[in-house]
Design a protein around this ligand. Structure first.
Ligand SMILES: Nc1nc2c([nH]c(=O)n2[C@H]2C[C@H](O)[C@@H](COP(=O)(O)OP(=O)(O)OP(=O)(O)O)O2)c(=O)[nH]1
Length: 141
């Protein structure tokens, strides 16, 4: 039986007042460059998932989020090249500051159903469906 290390990653669906969700584009030089993803990143040793998410959102988007405003939605469990990805997805609808693409190649706001048309990592496909189920599926709204 083979085993691979579990990579624990947290990510956020930031939801604005119109029910749109923020996605960002992975920059050149990183794994999966060019794909759209939810902002977030790896949980460091000794960090809680919520603390890691708060840190990543400050680093990547320049926004301040309270740990208590990170609401668990669902998770993905998927094989990567050298690890097994466990990705915890949270929804967040309160933050301070205006999100900016500090590290990403770009960012965009979309209704959940419109995310189906974006090139995203394979693990994100079921996450998008969970968002559509939670937030609604009208791509034009
Ligand atoms: N942030 C994020 N990562 C995702 C998503 N979907 C998905 O498969 N991943 C994968 C890509 C990477 O293998 C991993 C996240 O690692 P990362 O390299 O972006 O994390 P990080 O910001 O901590 O980066 P670094 O410090 O190692 O540079 O999770 C997603 O929607 N958001």
């Amino acid at each position: 039986m083979t085993s691979s290390p579990v990579l624990l990653v947290v990510a956020a669906a930031l939801v604005d007042a119109a029910g749109r969700v923020l996605v960002q584009q992975r920059p050149e030089g990183r794994a999966m460059a060019g794909l759209w993803e939810f902002p977030g990143g790896k949980v460091e040793p000794g960090e809680t998932p919520e603390a890691a998410l708060v840190r990543e959102l400050a680093e990547e988007l320049g926004i301040a989020v309270a740990p208590g405003d990170c609401r668990p939605l669902t998770f993905a469990s998927a094989g990567l090249d050298r690890a097994h990805l466990l990705l915890l997805l949270y929804t967040i609808d309160h933050w301070q500051g205006t999100p900016a693409a500090i590290e990403a190649a770009g960012m965009a706001w979309h209704r959940p159903a419109a995310l189906r048309g974006l090139a995203m990592p394979p693990a994100d496909v079921p996450l998008v469906e969970a968002l559509v189920a939670q937030l609604g599926d009208d791509p034009a709204a």
